[in-house]
Design a protein around this ligand. Structure first.
Ligand SMILES: *[C@@H]1O[C@H](CO)[C@@H](O)[C@H](O)[C@H]1NC(C)=O
Ligand SMILES: *[C@@H]1O[C@H](CO)[C@@H](O)[C@H](O)[C@H]1NC(C)=O
Ligand SMILES: *[C@@H]1O[C@H](CO)[C@@H](O)[C@H](O)[C@H]1NC(C)=O
Ligand SMILES: *[C@@H]1O[C@H](CO)[C@@H](O)[C@H](O)[C@H]1NC(C)=O
Ligand SMILES: *[C@@H]1O[C@H](CO)[C@@H](O)[C@H](O)[C@H]1NC(C)=O
Length: 528
């Protein structure tokens, strides 16, 4: 009995604290991907970047035990856990080139559910996972989570969700309390000083009368206070072409994609919604979309002359904030690539990516076109990610399933990037004495470069500097093994007292040495 209750206790403590997937990092409780279509040899190179979180309230046991930014391989293996680096809520985890180096950007802040407005800043880490800078809103405005891009090496762009007091009688306000509207802004700030260089305001350029989600519907906030603000526009994505200084804006509540001139702030054209400048070809129509992107090229299509290539994630579904069934304009969501002819005012679907069995995603989601023409899709609220060939064939599919109590992970955006990093932290290393030798476990959070780990006995006890390096000690090779996932295990028949490990890359270059550690002894079987 005592034994059973201990086990039960262990089970629950483990769930709350850590899932003990890794002996070298017992502090980590990492999400476990449920991969139902394993990556084929046609998936693009790269690692998966995502920020899983629970769709349920805190402490209900659903969703990831440790939400945060994560890097995984498409085999489902952890590369980096950003839990504890960033918090309490992170979104939109991406790789950028900034001042000639690969860097990471991660929104960190809070999120007002169910309105979905973020308040925080974007944290930039270098390719050793060190804090490079934090980019914040200027002019006493908080940055929102939905978009972050570098404009150039000196400036960055992000969304600002700015509640304003406004006379809403023209838009159907029936009470004096209904006077809060959300002005969706883009700020451009200097990345060194955080000074605001430019700002765009949706209210200055887009009439709220064109919205699909009216004030009285209650589906975009009733406008009664600054958190129940009416989000007639809901800019959940923008893209920028710094050369032409033009922007592509996603207005989710308007089911509209806008092209905007960054010099004047004027709208150049609008696609979809109530006032479309284009006739939409078969399958183009969309609503409540996310992640609008401009592309120079896709397959044999090119942005040239009057042709423009764009992509987006078409939810065709929206949560019902007024209560009742989900708002749906189609019974499935899809990633879409569209070719526009701005002279003929036509829009043609050139690629579409649907989930196996189809998913209708009420919020979040994104569609990333990869350099080889594949698409990487994140199914937002439905907690799944997939990769597709240009013809739509699914060549990878995973549910974000980490809960022992059932489903409940969602994810705003996910990406596949080529990313190379050597962490500034030392590796995490533990060794245990066994009856027939020693088992050693090593991990190096975020490392992408190690191919071989070598393990050494650290001799000359007096010289051994525990938790440090030993200059005078003698190292005797115990053996080596290929890096095997996040944590690599090595077994030896020998029984050294102190050990050290060293990492080597594919060219045989030494990358790091662990601290010298003492081999641990234990009496009862380890409960990992
Ligand atoms: C993985 O997903 C499949 C399909 O949704 C489901 O049947 C299965 O139970 C899941 N596995 C786990 C371990 O959650
Ligand atoms: C990918 O795998 C398939 C099926 O195993 C095989 O027929 C094909 O030759 C492989 N292609 C490449 C590029 O390795
Ligand atoms: C919202 O947009 C969708 C798709 O364009 C359309 O079917 C629907 O009628 C619109 N609803 C309103 C209230 O405008
Ligand atoms: C804002 O309005 C909503 C809807 O009436 C209400 O539930 C909420 O408590 C209000 N928030 C504040 C801060 O007054
Ligand atoms: C020690 O025994 C375990 C369990 O039988 C085995 O898995 C392991 O490989 C052995 N270690 C060595 C170094 O032989």
């Amino acid at each position: 009995m005592a034994r059973l209750s201990n086990l039960v206790l262990l089970y629950f403590t483990a769930y709350v604290g850590a899932n003990l997937a890794y002996k070298s990092r017992p502090d980590l409780a990492v999400p476990v991907l449920n991969i139902t279509i394993p990556a084929t040899n046609e998936t693009a190179d790269g690692l998966i970047f995502y920020t899983p979180e629970s769709t349920f309230a805190d402490n209900t046991g659903h969703g990831p035990a440790q939400s945060g930014p994560y890097i995984y391989t498409d085999k489902g293996e952890l590369v980096w856990s950003g839990f504890g680096y960033i918090g309490p809520r992170s979104e939109n985890f991406q790789v950028h080139t900034y001042r000639g180096e690969q860097v990471l950007s991660i929104f960190e802040g809070s999120h007002n559910s169910p309105m979905g407005h973020g308040h925080g800043h974007t944290t930039i880490l270098d390719n050793k996972y060190r804090l490079l800078k934090q980019i914040k809103g200027g002019g006493h405005k908080l940055a929102d989570q939905h978009e972050f891009l570098f404009f150039d090496d000196d400036s960055a762009l992000f969304t600002v969700y700015d509640p304003e007091i406004h006379d809403l009688t023209d838009y159907g306000a029936t009470s004096e309390n209904q006077q809060w509207i959300l002005d969706n802004k883009i700020q451009k700030v200097n990345t060194d000083t955080n000074q605001v260089l430019w700002e765009w305001s949706s209210l200055d350029h887009v009439n709220p009368a064109g919205t699909n989600l009216t004030l009285q519907s209650g589906n975009a906030g009733l406008g009664v206070n600054s958190s129940q603000v009416w989000h007639y526009f809901y800019m959940n994505a923008f893209d920028v072409d710094p050369k032409s200084n033009t922007y592509l804006l996603s207005a989710r509540s308007m089911c509209t994609i806008f092209k905007m001139d960054g010099n004047t702030g004027d709208i150049i054209w609008q696609l979809g919604g109530k006032n479309s400048d284009f006739s939409l070809g078969e399958g183009v129509d969309f609503c409540y979309q996310h992640d609008t992107r401009m592309h120079q090229k896709y397959l044999h299509h090119e942005t040239k002359g009057s042709k423009e290539i764009i992509s987006f994630f078409d939810n065709s579904a929206h949560e019902n904030l007024a209560g009742g069934p989900i708002l749906q304009t189609r019974d499935y969501s899809a990633g879409k690539v569209v070719e526009l002819d701005t002279k003929k005012r036509t829009a043609k679907l050139i690629a579409m990516f649907r989930a196996p069995g189809d998913l209708s995603v009420r919020s979040q989601g994104n569609c990333q076109l990869l350099p080889n023409g594949n698409a990487f899709i994140n199914w937002g609220y439905d907690g799944a990610m997939s990769e597709h060939k240009p013809d739509g064939t699914t060549i990878f599919f995973t549910k974000l399933d980490s809960g022992r109590f059932g489903p409940g992970s969602e994810n705003y955006r996910a990406f596949k990037f080529n990313w190379h990093a050597v962490p500034h932290e030392e590796p995490a290393f533990v060794a245990f004495k066994e009856s027939n030798g020693t088992s050693l476990y090593i991990s190096w959070n975020g490392d992408t470069e190690t191919t071989i780990w070598k393990f050494y006995e650290q001799k000359n006890g007096k010289e051994v500097l525990l938790g440090g390096t030993s200059k005078n000690g003698k190292e005797v090779l115990l053996g080596g093994t290929s890096k095997n996932g996040f944590e690599t295990k090595f077994q030896t028949g020998k029984s050294p007292a102190h050990v050290v490990a060293k990492a080597y890359d594919g060219h045989g270059k030494h990358l790091v040495s662990s601290l010298v550690i003492k081999v641990k002894e234990y009496r009862s079987p380890l409960h990992y």
